[in-house]
Structures are given as C-alpha cells and as structure tokens.
Design a protein around this ligand. Sequence first.
Ligand code: ADP
Ligand code: MG
Ligand code: ZN
Length: 472
Amino acid sequence: MNYELVIGLETHVELSTESKIFCSCGGHSAANEPNDCVCPACSGMPGMLPVMNKHVVELAVTAGLMLNCDINKYTTFDKKNYYYPDLPCAYQITQINHPICTNGCVTLKTSAGSRDIRIKQIHMEEDAGKLVHSGKYSYVDFNRTSVPLIEIVTQPDFRSAEEVVTYLNKLKSMFRSGGISECEEGAMRCDVNISVRPEGSEEFGVRTEIKNMSSFEAIEKAIRYEAQRHMDALEFETEELVQETRRFDDASGKTFAMRNKETEADYRYFPDANLMPIIIDDEWLEKIKANKPAAVDEKAEDYRAAGISDKEIDMLISNHKISSLLDELVAKGANAKDAAAWILTDCAGILRKDGKTLNDLAMTADDLFAVMQMVEKGDINRGAAKKILIAMVEEGVDPVAYCKEKGLDKKVDSSQVEAVIDKVIAENSQSVTDYKNGKVKAIQALFGACMKELKGAGDPAVIKSLLEEKLK
Ligand code: ADP
Ligand code: MG
Ligand code: ZN
C-alpha cells in the first residue's frame, strides 16, 4: 500500500533580547562561565516574582505578523508544572489558555509547487537550565533559565521531510532579517510529530513525537527513519504503534522511545497569578507594525526589482545586519545594486582574506556612502577606492581623511597622463615592438607600468584608450 506522511512541528526559538524574559539578567549569550547570568528570580529563590520583558512581547507580535497570525489583544501566562533539576521553580512559565498569536499561515515553495502550512499558534515561554554530566556527578547551569522563547506550533500540514526543511529555513531567514533571533546553532529547536496514513485516507494515524532536535540534517534523517518505522508497523505488523515521545540518535540514525506521551493533565496547568494579563491595545500594535521589518518575501521583491541577483538576495535576507546596512545606504540615495556589490563583493572579499566574514564588518553606512560618492563624482578611481576600503575594513580609518593623507584623490590632468605614457613607451621598447608585431597582450604590461607611475590616480579607461592611440 502507499502511505502518506503527516507531520506537525513545534519550533522553539530563542529571542534576541538584551535581558531574560522575567528578570534583568543578560540573555544567555552574555554568559561566559556557568551560572554567571543568574539572579534570585531566575534561579527560583523563595519570594521571587517575575516581571515581564516588554521587548519579548514585541518580538513575539512581530513574528506573528510575519507568519500572518491573528494577534490576540488579551494574552496571559500559565504555569506548567513538572519536576526536573534544571527547572528551579518546578514549573515553567508558558502560555496555554490565551497564547499571543493564533491562526497564521506560511507559504512554501517546494519542488511540489506552492504549499500553505497553517500555524496553529505562537506562544511565549521561558527556557529551562542545563544539566552538565561529568563522571559520578551532574551539575546545574542556570544561565539559560528564563531565556525568552517563542514556540511556533503548526497544524499537521507537512507531507514530506523536504517541506519541513524548507519551512525551517524560511523561519530562519525571516527571524534573522527581522531581528527576532539570530537562530544560531541550538537557538532553534524542534519537536517533530509524525504519523502516516494510507494514501487517500482522511483519518490521521497514531503519532509519535521526536523531541528537541536542532540540526536540520538530523531532522531530515529522523523523519525518514520514523516514517519508515511507522509504515513497516502498519504494513508488516512489525510492532504496535503507540503515541509516545522519542529521541533521535544521530550515531545510529534511529529513534528510541523515551516515555509515553504526557497529556495536558500531567502538567497541572493553571494561570500564573504573579503575572498580569497583557493587553495589546491598537496604539501599541500599530507601533509594532510600523517598526516591523518588511516581510522576507516583500523585501526580496524590492531587492529583485532593484536588479540585485538571487544569490545576493539570499545573502542579504539571511543577514539582518548586512541588509540593514544596505537599506541605510539606499535611504541615503545610493543605488541598491551598486551598494550590494560594494558590500557583498568588495568588503566580503577583503574580510575573507583575513579569514573573517561579513558578520565582522564594522563599517557605518555614512563611511561607505562617502567612498561611493567619491567614486561617483570622479574624485577617485576604483583602484583608489579599493585601497581606501581595505584600510576602512582592516583599520577602521575615516575614508575622507585617509584619501587626503595618502594623496589618492589627486585628479590628474591629461597632459600629465600623456607625459607618463610617453615615458613608459620610451622605456619599454620590447613590449612596444611585441605589440606592433601583433602580440596584443603586450599592452597589459605597458598599461600596468602607466598605472604604477600614476600611483593609481586617473581613470583607467581613459588611460587605456590614450595608450592605444599613442601606440598607433
Ligand atoms: P499536544 O497538545 O498533545 O502536544 P497538539 O494538538 O498541540 O498536541 O499538537 C502538537 C503537534 O502535533 C502539532 O504541531 C500538530 O500539528 C501535530 N500533530 C497532531 N496530530 C498529528 C498527527 N496525527 N500526525 C502528525 N502530527 C500531528
Ligand atoms: Mg505540544
Ligand atoms: Zn535572572
């Protein structure tokens, strides 16, 4: 029989906030040593009280807007109770009764065409700490406790592993470009719910849930393994499928049962009376909407319309810092396509030579715009611009001052250029003879000698044509 795969995802995303969700400790990326980002509140000391981080609400709403959700004006927190040593209060603050966003939708472009995945809800919650096992002992690190998360829950709308990975990549670029999360390794974690059913059947099969995966590659492998296990169970009655929680073991490529699926009742959810309901009024919502970065599709469209290539668009969309730099340059009046080339080709090339990436670029839009302007006005040529750019990237120099200091902006008049060409021709008779005997390439050596003599000043195109004329 042919079977259809049915998958629903629960994705946890760590938010890029400066502090934790209910206290003023720095976010978990601020931590260096175990337990150095911890206070009485996030370590669950008696009498501690949570205080809501407003920025978390704003980022959750922004994510909801990007995923076409309804934003709920009234939203509340609940306690999810369970005991584990990495959870100091023995409950997690999360949302079950009134989540912040509901009823969204994302459209995926896959090899099977356009597919809509419905978003059931997005809720805000706090992360738990971490256990570190070493020999006979286990240690508790609370740095990650109370780091803000959003959990995005889809309807069971995925029909293949490919769709799942496409969706996750899309979330990742959206959240990066929206400043919601950097989605670095481990900051985006998925629970994958899987079932299979005979093709054409309307009814869902028994589902299993594979917990806590962060590598997209592992997610794909786990789905393939688990789907096959379900199909074998149905087709050959190899085992009885039960609703349960499983873990994926990367080394063997298999999934293993962890525990029976817990139900809502197991967690004794109840409203957290320590936190007031949050009311998102129209004024606040409008403010968040106004600050919302253009949704990824919209933004990609703008870039495409400006003539930026698809490859460059991908680089821009997945890097919030770089796309903001480009947007700033465009706002100053730069041509988008040129500006993209300056950043993604020139600056990236210089950084690459030093073993760095665009994430290391510390250049203001003002400085880069100044260089672009000097080129456009003809004050300097591309060669001089490149020299200035290298000094800017590597040493952070001020472009205008550096240009003056190094004498890169001196405009040369044509009589000076002619004098240099005459001199080069006189001193390089061999190359001249070669050129006249039909070795066209010999002009390169002459041209190079002229450029060297002029120390990079002057317009290369003009110099070249003058040189050709003189040789004739
Ligand atoms: P629970 O509260 O038990 O976790 P939810 O209704 O919240 O259940 O669903 C959790 C996830 O499981 C959702 O992403 C949903 O799409 C998915 N899911 C539900 N039923 C199935 C199924 N039969 N097959 C695959 N995924 C499913
Ligand atoms: Mg669930
Ligand atoms: Zn704290």
